[in-house]
Design a protein around this ligand. Structure first.
Ligand code: SAM
Length: 355
């Protein structure tokens, strides 16, 4: 399958019913994770995707070629924990060779990064986002149920040493857990040449312990930081980026992803592909589109590519999803998906859909 496929080539800029382009694809390369963050994967064990259903690197690359032919230019590898996928640099090398991919990034918990950063960089990975919610090893252990805080710090340093620039450090802020570390995290990011972004605690699928009272809103975070750092100015931001960026008076920039109190559905250009080839046009979508079945059907590669492009186009053109806004409007909200539904179908999980 190649980008020269005619159906793919002529598709042009694909827009949904709200004029949002198909520009950004999150690729979950595995549903597995080595941490058990309480806000994401609080259980010990999960129903995992069957191994034979996981897409091979060649299959992922073929699908990405279709997506880039339809206008996707930004790819983010995620999971689960993407660095658990064996030989990931091989996939990165394939994706980096696709001229339609203008931005190739990866989100990781950082625990395995020190041993992989150089290979990821050499393979053509452009940018990294590293999740780190606390600077306190004890808190980290309580949150993720692993004693790996020092590994994450080593990973952050290794990213810098490997030549990654523009690294982001993402922290989910939870009331009573780490909301007293905002200034410390910004300072740490500054020391590491990384921009810190605070994420409001979201009721993503899988967040079974989520509750409104644990959210620290963007407004509250800014008020806290204004008390310690003085006036904060808003920066001009890339219109489709999830984070609003702010400037402290000492010149440090940080971001806030306010998906819970100020959702950005109106400019959401991202969709998600699971490791087994199910495509979701919204994090909160109740169902996805099975691309694996078509991909593995018996037909010449060009025909398969054309059929997949047609399917993606027909789904995106009628997309009207505003999942986070609808969740916000629900005042009696609790966890998005009940535990028994999650256990019946792992596709509801955040770690399957790709964070
Ligand atoms: N394992 C990788 C990592 O830890 O970054 C990638 C997958 S993880 C699901 C991607 C991001 O989703 C992480 O930054 C994580 O903190 C965030 N996340 C997971 N559950 C969340 C929740 N309930 N609210 C806000 N962010 C969440």
């Amino acid at each position: 399958m190649t980008q020269e496929n005619s159906s793919v080539r002529t598709a042009g800029a694909l827009k949904d019913t709200l004029g949002r382009p198909l520009a950004n694809l999150r690729l979950s390369v595995t549903d597995r994770c080595n941490l058990r963050c309480q806000y994401c994967m609080p259980l010990e064990d999960y129903t995992w995707l069957p191994r034979e259903e996981l897409l091979t690197f060649e299959e992922i690359n073929s699908l990405v070629e279709v997506f880039t032919g339809l206008g996707v230019s930004r790819i983010r590898l995620t999971g689960g924990e993407p660095l658990l996928r064996r030989d990931l640099p091989t996939l990165i090398h394939m994706l980096a060779a696709n001229s339609g991919v203008k931005d190739l990034a990866l989100t990781t918990n950082g625990t395995l990064l020190s041993e992989q950063a150089a290979a990821l960089r050499a393979a053509g990975l452009g940018r990294l986002t590293i999740s780190l919610d606390t600077l306190q090893p004890e808190r980290f252990r309580a949150l993720v149920r692993q004693d790996m805080h020092a590994d994450v710090l080593r990973g952050i340093r290794a990213a810098q040493d490997a030549g990654f620039r523009g690294t982001k450090i993402d922290a989910v802020v939870i009331r009573g857990f780490n909301d007293d570390e905002l200034a410390d995290l910004i300072e740490f990011g500054h020391e590491q040449n990384a921009e810190v972004r605070f994420i409001e605690y979201m009721d993503v699928p899988g967040a079974t312990q989520w509750s409104l009272k644990n959210i620290v809103s963007q407004a509250e975070m800014l008020a806290t930081l204004e008390r310690s750092h003085g006036p904060i100015a808003a920066c001009a931001s890339d219109s489709s980026a999830p984070a609003s960026r702010f400037l402290l008076s000492d010149g440090t920039v940080f971001g806030v992803i306010a998906s819970t109190t100020a959702p950005f559905c109106g400019r959401c250009d991202r969709s998600r592909l699971t490791a087994d080839g199910i495509w979701y046009r919204c994090l909160y979508a109740m169902a996805g589109t099975d691309l694996r079945r078509l991909l593995r059907s018996a037909a010449p590669p060009d025909e398969i590519a054309a059929r997949i492009a047609d399917l993606i186009g027909s789904v995106w053109r009628v997309r009207a999803d505003r999942g986070a806004e609808q969740r916000k409007a629900n005042h009696a909200r609790s966890a998005f998906v009940p535990l028994d539904a999650l256990q019946r179908d792992p596709h509801f999980e955040m770690h399957t859909r790709g964070g």
